[in-house]
Design a protein around this ligand. Structure first.
Ligand code: ATP
Ligand code: MG
Length: 359
């Protein structure tokens, strides 16, 4: 069986460093590993509309922004098919059939959707499309016969839902769909990077982000204002690491070589953490170190993004071509699905024979 990746992002804003450590950085590595036969990266505009129905302008505007973030991070159209979800209408039809295999109570139990409903104050009036977006995600994943889905931890319930749909579909209609595996970051801090407020996950919808495209000054300001340990008032006080956003970010971004370049008096992150816990290490010093690391990582991304921005028409063409390719693949899966469900009446000679026989 060929190895296929499907993953994507909602065009609800520019991409942030949470996306980067949770999925984007890994995608680029996987893309360049040559281990995969095909890679599909979807800009999920239709999904974004499920909670932005009254703001299509926002979604429309951010499609190019997300594509620019992709290219800036190193996704390469020669190796990865980047496409726009709504340009592949086959995905809607697949969702429509999968809906019959899922109960409303199953959707209501989805912990990520539950949390998102609360966050958006949808409790009293949940848009049907929003409640059912895990089904449409199953369509996205299965349409490309994805075997591997590299995403953040919040996507675990979606993958579980997809696997259930695949198993149910294959049991009812015969072996047709591929059951995908989730690929999570192997570092706990990257699974769900908190926002700069330290409270929830960094999320475009919460405005607690450091964006990949953000200028150096603004990144520095955000790092310097970051939440640490409220009990660490004086430099000599012992500090806590739990819930300390600056250290969580260091867990996500710091590599040993960063110490040689930016903080040579410590051999590694464990030594820095031990000093902080003992007392005698101030927040400002740790924040300056984090800022240096972030700037080093983000600078080439910002530079490439500016370069790609000079030719937005080329980005548009890349998405159009990618969407065409994606559509061909999804149409193949849809044909298999229709055949398995025996609803391909007009290219199925046995249907006419059954009708004639009155069966
Ligand atoms: P929205 O608020 O519109 O839902 P978002 O910031 O949650 O936006 P998505 O487009 O929903 O971003 O997520 C895209 C991908 O990035 C998913 O794989 C998701 O798991 C991952 N991701 C998003 N936020 C984080 C985070 N803070 N840490 C790790 N991974 C994340
Ligand atoms: Mg999200």
């Amino acid at each position: 069986m060929s190895k296929v990746i499907l993953t994507g992002d909602r065009p609800t804003g520019q991409l942030h460093v949470g996306h980067y450590v949770g999925s984007l950085r890994e995608r680029v590595k996987l893309q360049n590993s040559g281990d995969f036969d095909r890679i599909f990266i979807m800009i999920a505009d239709a999904q974004a509309l499920t909670d932005n129905a009254d703001n299509p302008e926002k979604v429309r505007r951010n499609i190019i922004e997300v594509a620019l973030d992709y290219l800036a991070c190193g996704l390469d159209p020669a190796k990865s098919v980047m496409f726009v979800q709504s340009a592949v209408p086959e995905l809607c039809e697949l969702s429509f059939y999968y809906m019959n295999l899922v109960t409303v109570s199953r959707l209501q139990r989805n912990p990520t959707v539950k949390a998102e409903i609360q966050m958006r104050n949808f409790e009293a009036s949940i848009p049907v499309g929003f409640l059912t977006y895990p089904i449409s995600q199953a369509a996205d994943i299965t349409a490309f016969r994805a075997t591997t889905v590299p995403v953040g931890e919040d996507q675990l319930p979606m993958l579980e839902q997809t696997r259930e749909i695949v198993r149910r579909f294959n049991a009812v209609y015969g072996d047709t769909l591929v059951e995908p595996d989730i690929l999570l970051a192997n570092n706990a801090a990257c699974l769900r990077l908190p926002g700069i407020d330290g409270k929830a996950k960094m999320s475009k919808s919460l405005g607690n982000c450091i964006y990949l495209a953000e200028d150096a000054d603004s990144v520095r300001q955000k790092v310097m204002n970051m939440f640490t340990d409220p009990g660490h008032l004086r430099v000599q006080d012992p500090g806590k690491l739990e819930g300390n956003t600056v250290f969580t970010y260091l867990d996500a971004f710091c590599r040993t070589e960063h110490f040689d370049r930016h903080l040579p008096e410590y051999p590694d992150l464990d030594a820095l953490k031990a000093h902080y816990q003992r007392g005698g290490l101030g927040d400002v010093k740790v924040k300056k170190f984090l800022n240096a690391i972030l700037q080093e990582e983000l600078e080439p991304i910002r530079a490439r993004r500016l370069e790609c921005r000079k030719d937005v028409a080329a980005v548009r063409d890349m998405l159009e071509q990618g969407s065409r390719t994606a559509r061909e693949v999804a149409a193949g899966t849809l044909a298999d699905v229709r055949r398995a469900m025996k609803i391909n009446y007009f290219d199925d000679a046995s249907w006419l024979r059954e009708c004639e026989a009155g069966a």
